[in-house]
Design a protein around this ligand. Structure first.
Ligand code: C2E
Ligand code: CA
Ligand code: CA
Ligand code: CA
Length: 282
């Protein structure tokens, strides 16, 4: 039997009451987050293992929720992927990242190597027919050379169309963009992608870095990942590096770049200039 209209409305109203689950609440509020300009782009430095010169920054999304405060992307990105909002949010992020990278360049001493900016794209975003246009537009509007934009790819949710994704990645690569595989070694980024995708960079997931100084298994895995990457012509960046001991160990293993709290936490774009001027090396 069908529910009476009155019953239906009662149920709906109950779910809109203030005690609804936080996941549902985030889901609802996210719809307005973009319009209300509650999203922010943060940036975390990536430095050369040898010598510590800054090479670039990874762009990480933040949501300044009016009552809940800063919400982690681990909480709202999956919701945005689910409801398709990730497409618009991703386009916004590409614009922010490219504009910032151009602004940093103006602050660099003459002759300093150009800084790269890395933007996260879940493979779900590759299902969007507008992705290519969004990347092109971000580069055109900002004037950032394609070589300075890196795309970090994780599987995240199910890949919709491998053929289409591959074609897109080859087009990006043809434009000069850099491609990195993120969270390597976790369930979401597998060996199959190394073979199929035209990659430049492999990122060692922080789950292997956390206890690398004490856990022999993590050491063996990290070393194997680095050797594999180098055999395939990829460079390696380790994330989640919090101590000098971790940095040194990874450097000795041949890891080219380091990212983590040791060198800098993710910071608002407005703080990057200050960080750069206080960063002696390079
Ligand atoms: P991720 O791409 O693996 O990003 C690295 C995460 O590790 C970031 O968390 C960063 O703040 C954190 N981290 C960096 N260094 C350290 C460290 O030394 N120690 C520890 N414990 N953590 C460290 P965050 O910013 O919360 O981002 C979580 C995830 O959300 C990201 O993981 C990424 O998958 C996703 N994400 C963030 N921004 C975007 C975006 O613009 N688009 C998409 N599609 N996903 C995004
Ligand atoms: Ca990433
Ligand atoms: Ca990662
Ligand atoms: Ca991760």
């Amino acid at each position: 039997a069908r529910a009476q209209p009155g019953q239906h409305i009662a149920v709906h109203d109950a779910s809109a009451a203030p005690d609804l689950s936080s996941a549902f609440r985030l889901h609802n509020d996210l719809h307005r987050a973009v319009d209300r300009q509650e999203l922010a782009a943060f940036f975390q430095p990536q430095v050369l293992a040898q010598g510590g010169a800054v090479k670039g920054f990874e762009a990480l999304m933040r949501w300044r929720h009016p009552t809940l405060g800063l919400v982690s992307p681990a909480k709202f990105i999956p919701i945005a992927e689910e409801n398709g909002q990730i497409v618009g949010m991703g386009a916004w992020m590409l614009q922010q990242a490219c504009q910032q990278a151009v602004a940093w360049q103006a602050l660099r001493p003459a002759g300093a190597a150009p800084l790269r900016v890395a933007v996260n794209l879940s493979l779900r975003q590759f299902g969007d027919p507008q992705l290519f246009r969004h990347v092109e537009a971000a580069l055109e509007n900002s004037g950032l050379p394609a070589e300075q934009l890196e795309l970090e790819i994780t599987e995240g949710t199910a890949m919709l169309d491998l053929h289409h994704t591959l074609e897109l990645l080859r087009r990006f690569k043809g434009m000069g963009l850099k491609l990195a595989i993120d969270d390597f070694g976790t369930g979401y980024s597998s060996l199959a992608y190394l073979k199929r995708f035209p990659l430049d960079v492999l990122k060692i997931d922080q789950s292997f870095v956390r206890q690398i100084c004490t856990d022999r298994d993590d050491q063996v895995i990290a070393q194997a990942i680095i050797s594999l990457a180098h055999s395939l012509g990829l460079s390696v960046i380790a994330e989640g590096v919090e101590t000098q001991a971790q940095h040194t160990l990874l450097q000795d293993m041949g890891c080219e770049e380091i990212q983590g709290y040791l060198h800098g936490k993710p910071m608002p774009g407005a703080d990057v200039a200050g960080w750069l001027s206080g960063h002696a090396a390079g």
